[in-house]
Design a protein around this ligand. Structure first.
Ligand code: CA
Length: 498
């Protein structure tokens, strides 16, 4: 491995240049300058302290927040969500030590939009990055506000690994320009299709892995996990936000594996009487589970368990090509890229022993756009008053309390530049409405009776359909980058030649 520009995890360097001060910098001004620096450093120290005083003068703990997100892991892919063939003991244990949500939703049915919703707190009708296409080098602008920016302003150290998707190296959308002090992995999403890549992005530089395509010496997921553990070790004394955007079990490029499932070994499933593709997919989920366990073990070993909220989830539903034997979507209909429940409902587990009762299950409806206001509240930070977000704080449900009924509805759309494949979905209470441009009409399902969305009951409930249509028609802020109904015919802008 050759470091071109090593990432300095968790270290900030301040340089004060006193030479060449302009003439008006008298001795008195210099004293004032030094005093101001001392005050600033003291404030900085106070901000980084874990406990903060509330208005009732009661000390409240600002937890570390560790958000572990799998990629394309379906609702039915892990044991505690009824997976029968792949074992996930560490994820299941996390659920038994915390709360498991049965109705949690990703930000969108594909990677880019879901991550944009997570980072900005805005649904896909408002968030800057609304689909995987068109391809842009940068999706976030300088003015966009991310949850990492809010947390870093509140004194949190913010780090991440894995698939960022919202801005390539050198663009304003890159992670380290959007609130993260550190990032290690894939800034570009198409790069993430290569597990045996020749480089990974590291903060403002690269970790070069020359010859890795051939030698297959470094499986990127292993490097991401090592960096995750390093970050948590380095930041154990200050409140931190860590976002592990793992790529597993997303397919790889077929350049790497004929099944599109590049994995170093099919253990512990090599001896099963399954096809190779099934063994590889199960092995990917196994690695993910193992490394969720390593992260949680480190948190526990460092004595941070009581002060750390650990969340495990997935960025969207499972892929349609996952071997049928695994029933990746569980009882739900559809897969990634669909706005039926199988495309957007995801596993969501939260553990925080100080606050969350063990072995709890919640049917409260929560979604990725809720994470920004939720994490801000936990950090004692306020969401900027002029920031128009769609999420609400779900701190209550995370503690096992029922969700405040202020939730009006949830909205998703997908396929803005995919012509007639554009679709919209609204969840209103237990009602779910879906409209595709192809069909034109709104389908309606009662999720309390029909989570599999089998029985379209739109004809029997015209008043509900009307309310949902109005929400759909008002939900989208026009975007020049995502002109609804257009057809994008471009190709990925990241290539292996980079
Ligand atoms: Ca995904």
């Amino acid at each position: 491995m050759v470091y071109v520009m090593p990432g300095v995890m968790g270290t900030s360097v301040c340089a004060f240049h006193l030479e060449g001060l302009p003439p008006f910098c008298s001795r008195i001004n210099l004293v004032r300058l030094i005093s101001a620096i001392v005050v600033a450093l003291t404030m900085s120290h106070l901000l980084q302290t874990r406990a903060y005083a509330t208005t009732s003068d009661e000390s409240t703990v600002r937890p570390n927040i560790v958000f572990i997100m799998a990629d394309d892991l379906g609702y039915g892919d892990v044991g505690c969500y009824d997976q029968q063939l792949i074992t996930t003991p560490r994820i299941d244990r996390l659920a038994s030590e915390g709360i498991r949500f049965t109705q949690a939703y990703a930000g969108g049915p594909v990677c880019t939009s879901s991550r944009s919703v997570l980072m900005t707190g805005m649904h896909t009708g408002h968030t800057p990055a609304r689909d995987n296409v068109p391809h842009y080098h940068s999706y976030l602008d300088e003015a966009d506000v991310t949850v990492a920016e809010i947390l870093s302003d509140a004194g949190y150290q913010c780090g991440g690994v894995g698939k960022w998707s919202l801005g390539d190296a050198g663009t304003v959308g890159r992670a380290t320009n959007q609130g993260f002090h550190n990032w290690f992995g894939y800034l570009n999403q198409d790069h993430a299709h290569y597990y045996f890549t020749e480089y990974l992005d590291t903060d403002e530089g690269r970790l070069e892995l020359p010859g890795n395509t051939i030698s297959r010496e470094h499986y990127s997921h292993d490097l991401l996990t090592e960096r995750a553990l390093t970050f948590i070790r380095d930041q154990k004394d200050s409140p931190f936000f860590f976002y592990a955007a793992f790529a597993l079990p997303h397919f790889s490029s077929k350049d790497e594996d004929p099944h599109g499932l590049a994995v170093p070994s099919t253990q512990p499933y090599s001896d099963r009487n399954w096809d190779e593709k099934s063994k590889k997919y199960a092995a990917m989920v196994h690695m993910l589970d193992r490394d969720v366990g390593r992260i949680v073990d480190l948190i526990d070993d460092l004595g941070l368990a009581e002060d750390t909220l650990v969340i495990f989830t997935s960025d969207n539903g499972g892929h349609a090509t996952v071997p049928e034997r695994f029933k990746t979507s569980g009882p739900l209909r559809g897969f990634k890229r669909s706005l039926t429940e199988g495309g957007i409902r995801v596993p969501f587990i939260a553990r925080w022993p100080r606050t969350i009762s063990a072995d709890t299950t919640s049917d409260d409806v929560i979604a990725f756009q809720d994470m920004l206001p939720t994490f801000a509240e936990l950090a004692g930070a306020s969401v900027p008053a002029d920031l128009q977000i769609d999420g609400i704080s779900v701190v209550g449900p995370l503690k096992g309390e029922k969700l405040n009924p202020s939730r009006n509805h949830l909205y998703w759309d997908y396929g803005h530049c995919r012509g007639k494949h554009y679709a919209q979905a609204v969840r209103l209470g237990d009602w779910k409405g879906i409209r595709s441009a192809k069909a034109g009409r709104i389908e309606l399902y009662d999720l309390s009776q029909d989570a599999g969305e089998i029985n379209d009951i739109a004809a029997a409930h015209p008043e509900i359909v009307k309310r949902i249509r109005i929400i759909m028609e008002e939900a989208v802020t026009p975007s020049a980058r995502y002109r609804i109904g257009t057809v994008y015919r471009g190709s990925p802008i990241w290539t292996t030649a980079q």
